[in-house]
Write a protein that binds this ligand. Structure first.
Ligand SMILES: Nc1nc2c(ncn2[C@@H]2O[C@H](COP(=O)(O)OP(=O)(O)OP(=O)(O)O)[C@@H](O)[C@H]2O)c(=O)[nH]1
Ligand SMILES: [Mg+2]
Length: 301
């Protein structure tokens, strides 16, 4: 009698494990399907179909990763992290993609804390410590705009490791996020070393899809090259997508005043693309036409 009880227990335990495995497997499949559908629908509106297709592929791989260290409520969620130099237009791109003013964008260095945007029916914002614990209370908001003070910090605090290494998590009711992809806004690289290590740490721990934003007027500077080298080293095998911004504004307005806008935009995109290629960040076999999967330029804000 005692023996059969002992035997029954592991078998019952195994049944539960199998049932849990099946339900997790179904959840993952459902998650993947909705994510792919979302990327096809939403990204192709903002970016080219090839770019969104490549993102989908990358997402499949990244979904297999676990071990997110942010402590966010659902660590297995796929996410897209937007990185780049200060003021390159990261936050503006996120706002455009999500269709609202969710994260602060400004002329002066702005984002100082990694900010994770996730879906929630009720709009909220909370701060998490470096190790993921919630700090303070959840704030429920009327409007989905994250208060600037939360992410911007005072100038003197922008090098305070403890303050900036906490992350802001915002729950937003937004169609794009509804299907399970979080978006991460990051501080500009190279503003100072504390912010740099924070952003690079975030890249490492969130295991994301990375979109590197390049200001077309600055192009591929030494600082950008340093970023790209560091990103590649930090996330081995990471696929980086390049997004070129500020195609509608020029440094040299007088010289460009009489040229058609389209010609100037084309030239800017080509300049950035060929330099990325010369430096080995884009394969030499690719052309602007067939590389649209990982390279996109965007006009206007
Ligand atoms: N004309 C034009 N302005 C842009 C574009 N993208 C961003 N901007 C402007 O550039 C400034 C910086 O944009 P942000 O989105 O705050 O840049 P960021 O990379 O998030 O900056 P940090 O958070 O400080 O690193 C803002 O004044 C934006 O309005 C664009 O494509 N065209
Ligand atoms: Mg920003």
């Amino acid at each position: 009698m005692a023996i059969s009880q002992a035997e029954a227990q592991p078998s019952g335990f195994l049944d539960e494990e199998i049932a849990e495995f099946r339900s997790n497997r179904d959840l993952i499949k459902e998650h993947l399907d909705t994510t792919q559908r979302l990327l096809t629908e939403s990204f192709s509106k903002a970016l080219s179909p090839e770019f969104s297709a490549k993102l989908q592929e990358s997402l499949k791989v990244n979904q297999l990763y676990r071990g997110n260290q942010t402590g966010s409520s659902d660590s297995s969620k796929p996410c897209i992290i937007i990185v780049g130099q200060t003021k390159s237009g990261k936050s503006s791109f996120i706002n455009e993609l999500l269709g609202g003013t969710f994260v602060a964008q400004s002329q002066s260095p702005c984002t100082a804390r990694v900010t994770r945007l996730t879906y929630s029916d009720r709009i909220y914002v909370l701060v998490r410590s470096k190790t993921g614990e919630q700090i303070g209370d959840v704030q429920y908001l009327e409007k989905p705009t994250i208060e600037e003070d939360l992410v911007k910090l005072k100038d003197e605090d922008r090098e305070n490791d403890e303050l900036i290494s906490s992350t802001v998590e915002a729950g937003i009711k937004c169609e794009f996020l509804r299907h399970g992809i979080d978006i991460i806004d990051s501080p500009g690289l190279n503003e100072n070393s504390s912010l740099d290590s924070l952003t690079l740490g975030a890249i490492d721990s969130f295991l994301p899809i990375i979109i590197y934003v390049i200001d077309s007027n600055s192009g591929i500077t030494v600082a950008v090259q340093k970023d790209l080298t560091t990103i590649k080293k930090t996330v081995l095998g990471a696929e980086v997508f390049y997004l070129v911004t500020k195609m509608d504004v020029s440094k040299d307005t007088e010289q460009e005043a009489n040229r058609p806008a389209q010609e100037i935009e084309e030239e800017k995109a080509e300049r950035v693309f060929s330099k990325l290629q010369r430096l080995g960040y884009i394969s030499p076999n690719e052309t602007r036409d067939n590389a649209t999967s990982s390279f996109a330029s965007r006009v206007g804000k």
